[in-house]
Design a protein around this ligand. Structure first.
Ligand SMILES: Cc1cc2nc3c(=O)[nH]c(=O)nc-3n(C[C@H](O)[C@H](O)[C@H](O)COP(=O)(O)OP(=O)(O)OC[C@H]3O[C@@H](n4cnc5c(N)ncnc54)[C@H](O)[C@@H]3O)c2cc1C
Length: 288
């Protein structure tokens, strides 16, 4: 949404840089249809201006932070995720790793769909993950599926479950006691244990690996969903180019900005609407 708006405002801005916005037609002295137009395209921004104002348009680029989707699903290369279907995990804890550092931790819902990893946890993490991916850094989510249990307590619980099962019950039945049904086969695949193995055949090392995966399922993040699926646009007109009391551009008199077109974005929770309402009201007052 914001990205489209940005293109339109940039066109206006580019024109206004060279002349008062209301007078563009007369300044150029000819019908816009007869002018030669110049377009600058970057991966994020397109500025269209009359040929004669192309240098000004180029300068305008400096006042804009590159736009990118934010609060958007994250795409993982984990081979088992497509087999989990549309699954929503509640009460999980996830850590976002960028290169070799855990930079953010979130608790709550994590969902899987054809768009990628979503849910409040993934969307909030996407604010950092998208920028890291653009910078070409390594990104992964490490998901603790049992955040209420320490490794030790979880190990004990698994032993208890196994003790209560008949030796010829299947590994899949043990997993079913630990994770939602759509995760059973993918988790067995991840552990490289046949889901129809008897629990009595599972080795100590395999149980240990089960504990480790339940406490830290690694989902490599390779991409992010495009603007169509994003809740908000990050980047835009730089805030230090705007008078915060009036929302008037510091570069172009009479040009006001509001909402997502500004380089302002926030977490889920109503903050983005608040940004739009507050800046919109200020801009609407048209104070000099
Ligand atoms: C699915 C979804 C859920 C969201 N949920 C939340 C939430 O729970 N809480 C929250 O705080 N924020 C939420 N947001 C974000 C919030 O809606 C936006 O941040 C906010 O609406 C931005 O307002 P805006 O006025 O800047 O831009 P927009 O709301 O995008 O308004 C821009 C308007 O300009 C119009 N327009 C575009 N091009 C042209 C043109 N050429 N000519 C004329 N008109 C044009 C568009 O049609 C649109 O009406 C959500 C967003 C999405 C997509």
């Amino acid at each position: 949404m914001g990205a489209r708006a940005i293109r339109i405002l940039l066109l206006v801005a580019a024109l206004a840089f060279a002349a008062p916005a209301a007078a563009q037609y007369y300044t150029w002295g000819s019908d816009p249809a007869s002018l030669r137009w110049h377009a600058i395209r970057t991966p994020d921004v397109r500025i269209i201006s009359p040929d004669t104002a192309s240098a000004t348009a180029l300068r305008t680029l400096r006042y804009i932070e590159a736009v990118r989707p934010s609060l958007t699903p994250l795409v993982t290369s984990h081979p088992q995720v497509p087999h989990m279907g549309r699954l929503l995990l509640r009460n999980v804890r996830a850590a976002l790793w960028i290169d070799d550092e855990a930079v953010r931790e979130e608790f709550g819902e994590l969902g899987f769909s054809e768009r990628g990893i979503e849910g409040a946890v993934a969307l909030r993490m996407s604010r950092d993950a998208v920028d890291a991916l653009i910078e070409g850094r390594r990104v992964k989510l490490v998901v603790d599926l049992k955040p209420a249990l320490t490794e030790e307590v979880l190990r004990e619980r698994i032993r208890r479950e196994v003790a209560e099962m008949a030796p010829t019950e299947l590994f899949a039945e043990l997993l079913r006691k630990l994770v939602p049904k759509p995760m059973v086969i993918p988790l067995a695949e991840e552990l490289d244990i046949h889901s129809r193995s008897y629990v009595e055949k599972i080795t100590e090392a395999q149980f240990e690996r089960l504990v480790k995966v339940l406490k830290g399922l690694v989902l490599p993040v390779t991409d992010y969903a495009p603007f169509e699926y994003a809740v908000v646009t990050a980047g835009g007109v730089r805030c230090d180019e705007v008078n915060p009391y009036t929302m008037e551009s510091l570069k172009v008199r009479g040009l006001y900005f509001a909402g997502e077109v500004l380089d302002l974005d926030a977490n889920t929770g109503g903050y983005n609407l608040q940004i739009a309402f507050s800046t919109g009201r200020l801009a609407g007052m048209l104070k000099k």
